[in-house]
Design a protein around this ligand. Structure first.
Ligand code: DGL
Length: 270
């Protein structure tokens, strides 16, 4: 049993999309979340910059005495998962890509066609394609960077014609021309527009890594006998942001359905 919180982090608010699944499946677990809202988006930054930022945030989470870290960001997972694991060898660090790639390889047959959408950095890394092919080299995978989604979502432009047009712009030809039937939302911001994508492409099977990663968290806690037992009621969920934007606070409220949550400001030195 281990009642310490789990550390989650993302370049901004996208990583929050994992938290409802964590709460549903592992309701005793507490969370310390860090969103780097001052420096988002990461997806168009260089690997060196992304790695530097991710090292700062993981150091901060380790200082908070978390029992494990979930990189709730595809861009960071694709860029520097190994660096972070080497930096903090005594704490389990889970990237968000591998669990979803493994799940996809397991459920896809040879006549399925997988599409992966993500940031420029994630797509440039080919992390999903490589990991899917490590399980089954025959699965057809197509990848597409969709850099306009993150700034729109961070701005709260979600239920709007602009978002619908952006989805049409990126996905219509990509899905049709490649015959994609299974789509991986390879950026943790994208589940916030999943219902829009479903409405426009109702026959797609959608894989949401923000959800799949929670199964891996559960496996690791089980292996280490490190589940929280719910007795540490004094430990609160904590949501930090490097810039406490209105959108970040509103998103916390939306995701947690208005329940009071502790929102704290943490300023990281750049
Ligand atoms: N949410 C992040 C991801 O999963 C990226 C957003 C960004 O570009 O900062 O890739």
């Amino acid at each position: 049993m281990d009642n310490r919180p789990i550390g989650f982090f993302d370049s901004g608010l996208g990583g929050l999309t994992s938290i409802p699944y964590l709460r549903k499946h592992l309701p005793n677990e507490k969370v310390i979340y860090f969103g780097d809202t001052a420096r988002t988006p990461y997806g168009s930054k260089s690997p060196k910059t992304i790695t530097n930022f991710a090292c700062q945030i993981s150091d901060f989470l380790v200082e908070q005495d978390v029992k494990m870290i979930v990189i709730a960001c595809n861009t960071i997972s694709a860029t520097c998962l190994d660096v972070l694991r080497e930096r903090h060898p005594h704490i389990p660090i889970v990237g968000i890509i591998e669990p979803a790639a493994t799940r996809t390889a397991r459920i896809c047959a040879l006549d399925n066609v997988v599409g992966v959408i993500g940031t420029k950095a994630t797509i440039r890394s080919h992390a999903y394609e490589s990991l899917i092919h490590a399980h089954d080299a025959e699965i057809e995978v197509h990848e597409l960077a969709c850099p306009a989604f993150v700034p729109l979502i961070e701005e709260g432009i979600i239920n709007s014609d602009i978002m619908d047009l952006t989805i049409h712009h990126y996905l219509d030809d990509f899905i049709l021309e490649n015959r994609v039937d299974t789509l991986i939302l390879g950026c943790t911001h994208y589940p916030l527009v999943e219902s829009h994508i479903r409405r426009m492409h109702p026959n797609l099977r959608i894989i949401n890594p923000s959800e799949v990663v929670v199964d891996t968290v559960e496996e690791i806690l089980k292996d280490r006998n490190a589940f929280a037992d719910g007795s540490a009621a004094e430990i609160e969920n904590c949501f930090y942001a490097s810039d406490l934007s209105d959108n970040f606070v509103a998103m916390i409220d939306r995701i947690f359905e208005g329940q009071a949550e502790k929102v704290a400001f943490k300023n990281l030195d750049v």
